[in-house]
Design a protein around this ligand. Structure first.
Ligand code: SAM
Length: 280
């Protein structure tokens, strides 16, 4: 198969720059450039899009994104050891790669990006969910991103796309599916990574909807779901009791049986309850 670019193979890059993987930084690298191109393609057409990638590491996915035609790629990397390898990629793709050194949790890289923006990343497992929750909870909707194509541990991916009634259904599914469409687009075995992690991984594609599916106050909804799923084995009339003295009436009014448990309740019903409790 033809090489995606003229840069050296990733194993060589890693050896030359001494990029031994560090567990504390969640470093599980993908070295197969056919695979990184496939992940880049799973984000859809990248032409005319700016891409934000958190945690480029030695740059395998970055090379895939550039080769697949991204207008510009902005990468945020915490490990300074990776910067020389990334600089070589920037030199091979003049003016198309911007490298930001730092912690993605402290930065606001959206300032460096022009719409439409796609986020594509093989996220470090230790900050992946936190970043996802932040990206899903902007002050205004629609957010700065059009879609996010993100690698997670399979178990986290299942929680993002989970439907009511399933074991994985909870706060993350509700947050992810309120204002977005979420689906798993790729499955990866541990051997796809160096070093291999203990668990399987999956790529989730989340596309922002122009409007929320259900209008509701995000803070009230978050409070309700925290109570409901914090004690998921309890009936809702017990787990939500502290939110309103007459909670049973409110539950019935939006079509929820007070004896139901959180995992049985659809996203629309949680939102209807959030709206109803707005004035309480
Ligand atoms: N994208 C590369 C790949 O697919 O081979 C590396 C992915 S590796 C799972 C995660 C990367 O995120 C590492 O390069 C790590 O140094 C970086 N990283 C870890 N924590 C970070 C943080 N808080 N901010 C930015 N980058 C971080």
């Amino acid at each position: 198969m033809a090489a995606i670019d003229t840069l050296p193979p990733l194993r060589e890059v890693i050896a030359r720059h001494g990029l031994s993987a560090r567990k504390a930084l969640g470093q599980n690298f993908i070295l197969d450039l056919n695979l990184t191109s496939k992940i880049a393609r799973s984000a859809g057409d990248l032409n005319k899009c700016d891409v934000l990638e958190v945690g480029p590491g030695p740059g395998g996915l970055t090379r895939g994104l550039l080769a697949e035609g991204a207008r510009k790629v902005v990468v945020v990397e915490k490990d300074p050891r990776c910067l020389p390898a990334l600089a070589e990629i920037a030199a091979a793709y003049p003016r198309r790669l911007e490298i930001i050194e730092g912690d993605a949790l402290d930065l606001k890289p959206s300032d460096a990006l022009q719409t439409p923006v796609k986020i594509v990343a093989n996220l470090p497992y230790n900050v992946g969910t936190e970043l996802l929750v932040r990206w899903l909870s902007p002050e205004v909707w629609p957010p700065f991103w059009h879609s996010m194509t993100l690698m997670f541990q399979r178990e986290v991916a299942e929680r993002i796309v989970a439907r009511p009634g399933s074991k994985a259904y909870g706060r993350l599914a509700i947050l992810s599916q309120w204002r977005s469409e979420a689906r798993i687009v790729m499955d990866l075995p541990p051997q796809a990574f160096t070093p291999p992690p203990k668990v399987r991984s999956a790529v989730v594609r989340i596309t922002a909807l122009p409007e929320p599916r259900y209008p509701a106050d995000p803070e009230i909804l978050s409070n309700i779901t925290a109570h409901a799923f914090g004690q998921r084995r309890k009936m809702l009339r017990s787990s939500l009791r502290t939110l309103a003295p007459d909670i049973e009436d409110h539950l019935r009014a939006v079509g929820i049986a007070p004896t139901d448990r959180a995992e049985q309740i659809g996203i629309g019903e949680f939102y209807a309850l959030a709206r109803r409790l707005e004035g309480v």
